[in-house]
Write a protein that binds this ligand. Structure first.
Ligand code: ADP
Length: 722
């Protein structure tokens, strides 16, 4: 079954809207999950890499400190080695005399042997003026300006420090620069006298090379001025300049060293290689003569750090990927049944009620699917029921509509907004001349009164107007029913005309009979002879007949609407009393009591005495007919304050059913009355008594009403203008 009318644009729109689909549940789960995982992975990689790099840096720093320590020790050892050589030379036998005698040959032999033994390449022996007597190695390569050597000058001047009379220095005047120690040759006779000076030295380059081997780090020596004096690096002059330090920088490092702190690690780049360096003091004979920088390549930190970063990034990346994959599987597990539910609900929305989610009823979503299926099943069942009901309703509506259409009664329905909502064929036929325009028709119908009789289009129609309400008492509109009474009405009129005519015609012979009777009466002898009695009877019956014909005529005038009364001054009390007198003989027979309640005064009115008597006669006649033996009839005549006279005729009779009460004043309307014991009382009558009474009272501009209770009695009240 298809409920295509239920196809919602929103469902289709949702299906086609990629933007909305982007925010589907699957993405809502996976995207934050992915972002968090990647974030954690990135942070993790970063932290671990930093830790690795940190530990590598620490290792390097420790290694630098260790190298610095080894370098310092190495310098100390070299100093000791040089001191040993100095001692051997200064205390060599014959040295003092050889210096005094300036026996350079002797001195050469001594120092050559000792220097070779002590592995010292450069040796110089000076006289007490500081003039060289014998030189070896670098000192032998030219005129070395010993007068510029602070150590030599200190020795000549016999200066002593905490460590004694030997002095050390880095000689930068030579090429290559030298690590040098100088000691005095003391006079054997006068210990205060300096006979000569012995200088032992080693190229600084060699010392640094040796230290490099021991400390496994590159070494660079800076003079106190900041100048780079020697280095194990092979440097271009340009690089030398850039590697040099300024005096304040040197001072700063020295300051740190003096405070027994380690110098700061420095970073340099030589030939595109990164190094980190640490400064240690270069001390000779306890004096800091410069700074020794130990350099270790730091590339391995970056390299290893980079490698570990890659490894960890890969590990974390893999972990993140597997977490995301697991997340995807979990999300899919959750989302797949939801998607199924969404698809099914969409198809159900589009009208396919046969769709079921059939999700396994394991979890909440399964249960949701289960409830959804039950709901859809019920919906399907109800829809089927609804369709059956709608079909039945349609059939019923069609049936009713054809009944209404076929009905001979004209039916027009006007809804609450005043629009014509239905009109059947009969009504169309009756109202044919005023069907168009519709608005005129509606106005015509709205001006009709219930119980009206209208003549239109050669039809005589009885109008009935009914307010139509729904079962829940809501106004639906107004139904105007038009009953075709043309035949009855015309027949009635014909009958009335015939009766009037006949009554009229009957009176002519009757008048003649009455005239002759009177004549006979005047010609016969008075006395109670049978003849006289017969003539009197004929006269009375003729009068009764004449009265009946007059009444018949009056009734036909009433139905034709031409009835009128002839008014004269009269006393209503007298009329009522005459009527009571007239019925008195019947009261005894019927075993009834009649009371006349009155004040004794006259009630003068302007009225038709004969016709009023006729009305009162009918009311009294009914009271007698419909009251069981033993009952009471009460007549009451009084004047009301408003100038009206009220005549009440009350009985304790069988009463009138409330459904009959609105109709008893209609012409020819009769109902057989029932006694409380169930016996039917159906006295003779034509159903015209109350009709006549009402017409007479109303012709006097009065009104007549009834109040009656079944089994208790009836009260007829007439109001007449005085
Ligand atoms: P009818 O000739 O039948 O009396 P009426 O027009 O006088 O005709 O009365 C109409 C109907 O009203 C009667 O058939 C009767 O059922 C009822 N009716 C009139 N008067 C009384 C009354 N006093 N008590 C009970 N029923 C009455």
């Amino acid at each position: 079954m298809a409920l295509s009318g239920f196809e919602t644009p929103t469902a289709t729109e949702w299906k086609n809207n990629w933007w909305q689909r982007l925010f589907n549940i699957r993405n809502k789960i996976i995207v934050p999950y992915l972002v968090i995982t990647l974030f954690v992975a990135a942070i993790g990689t970063y932290i671990v890499t930093r830790l690795v790099a940190g530990s590598l840096q620490e290792r390097l720093s420790n290694q630098l400190i260790e190298s610095g320590r080894v370098a310092t020790e190495s310098v100390v050892r070299r100093e000791a080695q040089h001191l040993e050589a100095l001692r051997l030379i200064t205390f060599a036998s014959g040295m003092e005399d050889a210096i005094l005698a300036e026996d350079t040959a002797f001195i050469d032999v001594v120092i050559s042997g000792l220097a070779a033994n002590a592995d010292i390449p450069d040796v110089a022996v000076l006289n007490q003026e500081g003039q060289p007597l014998a030189t070896l190695g670098s000192f032998a390569q030219g005129d070395f300006p010993f007068d510029q050597s602070a150590a030599v000058q200190a020795v000549i001047a016999s200066e002593q420090d905490d460590l004694g009379d030997k002095h050390g220095e880095i000689l930068t005047q030579t090429d290559p620069p030298l690590f040098a120690l100088a000691a005095p040759v003391i006079s054997s006779t006068d210990p205060a006298r300096v006979m000569g000076v012995v200088v032992v030295a080693t190229p600084l380059r060699d010392i640094l090379g040796q230290i490099k081997l021991e400390a496994l780090a590159d070494m660079t020596f800076y003079a106190s001025s900041g100048e780079l004096v020697s280095s194990t690096f092979v440097l271009s002059p340009n690089e030398r300049n850039t590697l040099s330090l300024s005096a304040p920088e040197i001072e700063e490092q020295l300051q740190l060293i003096r405070q027994d702190q380690e110098s700061e690690t420095v970073e340099i780049e030589i030939r595109q290689r990164d190094y980190q360096g640490l400064y240690v003091p270069f001390r000779v004979r306890g004096q800091t003569v410069g700074l020794l920088a130990t350099f270790l390549p730091s590339e391995f930190i970056v390299l290893e750090g980079g490698t570990s970063a890659r490894i960890f990034a890969a590990i974390f990346g893999l972990a993140a990927l597997s977490i995301v994959l697991i997340g995807f599987v979990i999300a899919s597990n959750i989302v797949t049944p939801i998607s199924r539910l969404v698809n099914v609900s969409q198809r159900v929305t589009e009208g396919d009620l046969t769709q079921r989610s059939t999700l396994p009823n394991q979890d909440e979503i399964g249960f949701l699917g289960f409830t959804f299926d039950i709901m859809t099943e019920r919906l399907e069942y109800r829809t089927q029921l609804l369709e059956i009901t709608i079909d039945a309703l349609k059939a019923e509506t069609a049936r009713l509509s054809s009944i209404l259409k076929a009905s001979k009664t004209g039916m027009i329905m006007i809804d609450t907004t005043g629009q014509l909502s239905f009109i059947n064929q009969a009504a169309r036929t009756f109202l044919e001349p005023i069907l168009r325009p519709t608005q005129r028709l509606i106005e015509y119908l709205q001006n009709l009164n219930p119980q009206d009789m209208i003549e239109i289009n050669n039809f005589i129609l009885a109008v009935e107007i009914t307010a139509v309400v729904s079962p829940d008492q809501e106004s639906v509109g107004t139904l105007v029913a038009l009953q075709d009474i043309t035949q009855q009405e015309l027949a009635g009129r014909l009958k009335d005309r015939f009766i009037a005519r006949v009554s009229h015609e009957l009176r002519t012979p009757l008048t003649a009979i009455k005239g002759y009777s009177d004549l006979v009466m005047s010609t016969i002898d008075f006395g109670k002879t049978p003849k006289t009695r017969h003539v009197v009877e004929i006269i009375q019956q003729t009068e009764l007949l004449d009265q009946m014909i007059v009444q018949l005529l009056a009734i036909s005038q009433m139905s034709a609407g031409t009835f009128s009364v002839r008014r004269r001054e009269m006393d209503l009390r007298a009329t009522v009393m005459q009527a009571i007198e007239g019925v008195k003989p019947r009261l005894d027979a019927a075993q009834l009591t009649l009371k006349f309640l009155e004040t004794g005064e006259d009630f003068a009115i302007h009225g038709d005495e004969q016709r009023l008597r006729w009305a009162v006669d009918h009311l009294l006649d009914n009271a007698i007919k419909y009251t069981l033996p033993g009952g009471t009839i009460t007549c009451h005549l009084c004047a009301l304050g408003n100038g009206e006279i009220e005549l009440i005729i009350q009985d304790t009779g069988v009463g009138i059913r409330s459904i009959d009460q609105p109709h008893i004043f209609d012409a020819y309307y009769r109902r057989e009355a029932t006694a409380p014991n169930g016996d039917v009382i159906d006295p003779r009558g034509l159903g015209l008594g109350l009709y006549v009474a009402q017409n007479v009272v109303e012709a006097h501009q009065g009104r007549i009403t009834v109040e009656s209770t079944l089994g208790e009695g009836s009260t007829f009240v007439c109001h007449l203008p005085a």
